[in-house]
Write a protein that binds this ligand. Structure first.
Ligand code: P6P
Length: 333
């Protein structure tokens, strides 16, 4: 079968009028950057890139060397192309402006350069998440306010998952499409057209060690799943928790499931655990584009009006019937 590359896929999207040349360039540059990140991740101990960087990020979390490397790769890859007005990263407190000697474009790029990096040192899959917004008109020098747009305004979203294979998963608003890295050719090959999340599932993902902190609707929902065929659901369920959002979401895009990092007593004062702008929003766009649903438990994630760049939100996403059920339980309380 003829192999279609990411480049050919994007040229065909542009030819069909679904994306502009600048958005095509943006996605190609991000894809090239994640290839470089994949090379660093796969070298691990051989490249001296494991362990702590000795610095903390804006979240106050100890940075891994690879967090810093991945962040630098993405910033440097995207600065010169002329497709961006500015960038925002989980690893950088403020808006990253395009250096004055480079041209600017109309898009804002946001990313979590290495999500799940606590898994790096134990050789478990991690990923890169990105989100693309339009720079509001008149925003010559974008500020944090330029980025504070609801997730429904995203023009593209995607992630790379650095697993047994490196896959690049993308939506430009016309379904979800995945590409697998052919390391010999250095090309992303189109392997998963129109990924789709089954409406029903028998698999859930949540960090069960937080059970005593959950709100009542979540406790009720998980309790019913754990009762299996002896309880009100009448069937048994399976649990998975990779502690790497990209890996858990990729499993759900591939075979269904529900992923939950709900509001709990531990993270209530921060508003949640996961970040809205460069984790929840891009994943919510992908999940909805694949026929799933994504809510905070109380509202659609893509409708949340951001208040600040590194804002956190509760996240419940995946198979639509299950997300709707647990969201309904929240309404009943
Ligand atoms: P916990 C990784 O640190 C992350 O941001 C997500 O990728 C992941 O789903 C979650 O946090 C894991 O959190 O509390 O289980 O370690």
């Amino acid at each position: 079968m003829r192999r279609v590359t990411l480049t050919q896929f994007l040229i065909e999207q542009q030819r069909a009028g679904r994306i502009t040349a600048d958005l095509r360039l943006l996605i190609e540059v991000v894809a090239r950057a994640v290839k470089a990140i994949s090379v660093n991740v796969s070298k691990g101990a051989l490249a001296g890139v494991l362990g702590e960087a000795g610095t903390d990020n804006v979240q106050g979390e100890a940075q891994k060397k690879l967090d810093v490397i991945a962040n630098e790769i993405l910033l440097q890859a995207n600065e010169w192309g002329g497709h961006l007005a500015a960038m925002a990263s989980e690893e950088v407190e403020t808006v990253h402006q395009i250096p004055f000697d480079y041209p600017k474009g109309g898009f804002l790029l946001l990313f979590d350069p290495l999500d799940g990096s606590s898994n790096i040192d134990v050789n478990i899959s991690v990923g890169t998440i990105f989100s693309v917004l339009r720079n509001p008109p008149g925003g010559e020098q974008p500020t944090e306010a330029s980025f504070l747009q609801p997730g429904r305004e995203q023009v593209a979203a995607g992630y790379a998952v650095y697993g047994p294979s490196t896959q690049f998963v993308l939506t430009v608003g016309q379904g979800v499409h995945a590409f697998t890295l052919d390391r010999e050719m250095g090309s992303f090959i189109y392997t998963h057209p129109f990924m789709s999340i089954p409406e029903e599932t028998r698999e859930y993902a949540i960090n069960a060690s937080n059970a005593r902190f959950w709100e009542k609707p979540v406790q009720r929902y998980i309790d019913e799943l754990q009762q299996g065929k002896t309880g009100p659901r009448g069937v048994d369920f399976n649990m998975r928790w990779v502690a790497s959002m990209v890996s858990d979401v990729h499993r759900i895009l591939t075979r269904g499931g529900i992923f939950m990092y709900p509001l709990d007593e531990k993270c209530r004062d921060k508003g949640g655990k996961l970040r809205l702008m460069y984790e929840a929003n891009p994943m919510a766009m992908l999940v909805e584009q694949a026929g799933g649903a994504a809510t905070t438990g109380r509202e659609r994630i893509l409708d949340v009006q951001p208040r600040e760049l590194h804002q956190r939100v509760p996240v419940i996403l995946g198979s639509k019937a299950e997300v709707e059920r647990v969201t309904e339980y929240h309404r009943e309380t």
